[in-house]
Design a protein around this ligand. Sequence first.
Ligand code: NAD
Length: 420
Amino acid sequence: MNPFNNAMEQLKRSAELIDLEKDIWERMRKPDNILQVSLPVRMDNGELKVFEGYRVQYNNSCGPYKGGIRFHPKTDLHEVKALAFWMAIKCAVAGIPYGGAKGGVTVDPKKLSIDELERLTRVFTQKLANFIGPERDIPAPDVNTNPQIMAWMVDEFSKIKGFNVPGVVTGKPLEIGGSLGRNEATGLGGFFVLQSLAKKMKLNPKKTTVAIQGFGNVGYNLAIFLHKAGYKIIAVSDSQGGILNKNGHEMNPEEIMKAKKQKGQIDGCYCRGTVCDCVNFAKVDNEKLLQLPVDVLVPAALEGAINEKNAGRIKAKIILEMANGGVTPEAEEKLNKKGVVVVPDVLANAGGVVVSYFEWVQNLQNYYWGLEEVNQKLEKIMDDSFEAVWQRKEKYQTTWRNAAFALALERIEAAMKMRE
Ligand code: NAD
């Protein structure tokens, strides 16, 4: 599976739908810039290892490039290109003044010591330094990267520039210019989207069952907000397996996280434990979790979780796609035919980049907002984006994804044309 081909298939569907001008379509088929770098890192045992890193800057018609950095053994250029494209679409769906970008390093960070991880991050930042910056391209965390890694990036970039530049990345720790609410923003944004959908579909949260694949930043925080609002979480999982509520014992995400954390962390960075360490529940594997007869299924791990092979066995009524590219185009076609509502990633998980935008604004102003202000502003943007996508869906009588892409392409097209 090449996620960039999937992304281009999605572009084609929406470009045809809105009769996108050929020149704009042509430009949206290729990223503006691709940077591929070698990252030599001295390991603790004295050996030198050379990792591969990427930064893809997709399009900056609406503002500076923006997008996370992923550390994962399977990360490659196709994946980073797809993720960069989706960022351009996502920022336009949210109506925030950014283009799209993404970065990645092909590495299993859980096999590095904390010192090796820091050295890798600093070398990557050195290689990126001429291509990023608050006015140019602003990275953020993604899979396996976190506030600590962002702190090293700010520090390294600031050393190179000779002055402090907090606005070069978002998702930083609060102590060095992070924003209140950023950590939970993607989950909270997804929650706002589901609440808007629940109103349209007249769903009662208290009678709505949910299964979540992935219990990291996104899956866990979404679970917290859903649980608080009374949704019934009946299964969650992570890369090591999943748990299922068979006996009616309430699934409290905080208790599950507590159990997961009991085994401690690898060098203070990554959890050693798993949701399966929470003993009150039956075990379920990741594939079975996807096939549970729930109202809402949430892929919140990696792309391609719902694909051509398993789409026919999905029983959920709604898929809230929190993972980028969580549903492949082939799978989506099957799901659409079955009448499953697929809320696309570019809307469902936009909360993260929206609060990243707030963080950047606060850094540029050197003036910091309270949590309530951040969350209220996030809610307004998520509600407005949901409504704008809904209107395109009604207008074109199409899927949620096509409607979201249509909205984004309209906005990107308008920005490109104003510059001509
Ligand atoms: P994370 O590293 O914090 O968590 C990922 C979770 O997925 C972990 O619990 C991991 O164990 C689990 N996982 C990995 N492989 C799995 C598998 N095969 N089956 C089941 N679970 C598996 O990452 P995250 O930041 O939560 O990101 C998750 C997804 O959300 C990614 O697609 C990411 O691009 C997307 N996303 C993240 C943000 C953000 O702000 N963090 C914003 C937008 C989109």
